[in-house]
Design a protein around this ligand. Structure first.
Ligand code: PGA
Length: 249
């Protein structure tokens, strides 16, 4: 089985000004100077360039939190993959549940966004996850399968290894209610099986867990066989806490 490099992503959501982003990077870099892990910061669009410049030469890579699938056009308020690439951005979060819930992000749009990101040279971090109602109705696997099949429909099997997948149960995001390691492992193993059926080198795909990851629960979650890292929201806003999560991986 190929070794999967641990992948730790800080999803800042709509937090941090440019100045605050700069201060975070300056505080984080000395704390992670020795890390061998993939460390990714996902700032708001306006702070992308600041984080790119300030983290040059370090382990940190930079991701946007969204993008439009078209290269350019009459889409007021949107940003395209080539624009992100020009800014030296490496990756992009796609399909976060907050975008699905509040901004009407659809599986149809994601089916276009994932291949558009890959074609431009951006690493997609595709988020999937079930609602509390779906989990209670034992529909977790059905929801995950539906999202993965729809969102990855236009990605050839051979390219799937370039997609990072984040399992984020909606009921665990920002709630302090983390999935148990067993729940998270079961879902991530299922995701790997779905990817394998698509003909991918599934053992090479990084699958992250997200939802109330903290320094105190990170090690136990990431020790699970199919969990290769974390997508961290609230706890990633503090450089000390995020560094502790990176250390735990
Ligand atoms: P949280 O957010 O860590 O604050 O729960 C995770 C996410 O939404 O990616």
């Amino acid at each position: 089985m190929p070794e999967r490099t641990p992948y730790l992503a800080a999803n800042w959501k709509m937090h941090k000004t440019i100045a605050e982003a700069a201060a975070f990077v300056d505080a984080l870099l000395p704390r992670i100077a020795a890390t061998q892990h993939d460390v990714v910061i996902c700032p708001p669009f306006l702070a992308l360039s600041e984080v790119v410049e300030r983290s040059r030469g370090s382990a940190v890579r930079v991701a946007a939190q969204n993008m439009h699938e078209a290269e350019f056009g009459a889409f007021t308020g949107e940003v395209s993959a080539p624009m992100l690439v020009e800014a030296d951005v490496d990756a992009v979060v796609l399909g976060h549940s907050e975008r699905r819930q509040h901004f009407n992000e659809t599986d149809e749009a994601l089916a276009a966004k994932v291949p558009a990101a890959l074609a431009a040279g951006l690493e997609p971090i595709l988020c999937v996850g079930e609602s509390e109602e779906a989990r209670d109705a034992e529909q977790t696997k059905a929801v995950l399968e539906r999202q993965l099949q729809a969102d990855l429909a236009q990605v050839e099997g051979a390219r799937l290894a370039g997609v990072v997948i984040a399992y984020e149960p909606i009921w665990a995001i920002g709630t302090g209610r983390t999935a148990t390691p067993e729940q998270a492992q079961e879902a991530c193993a299922f995701i790997r099986d779905v990817v394998r059926e698509r003909g991918a080198a599934a053992d090479a795909v990084r699958i992250l867990y997200g939802g109330s990851v903290k320094p105190a629960n990170a090690a136990e979650l990431m020790a699970q066989e199919d969990i290769d890292g974390a997508l961290v929201g609230g706890a990633s806003l503090d450089p000390e806490e995020f560094a502790a999560i990176i250390d735990a991986a």
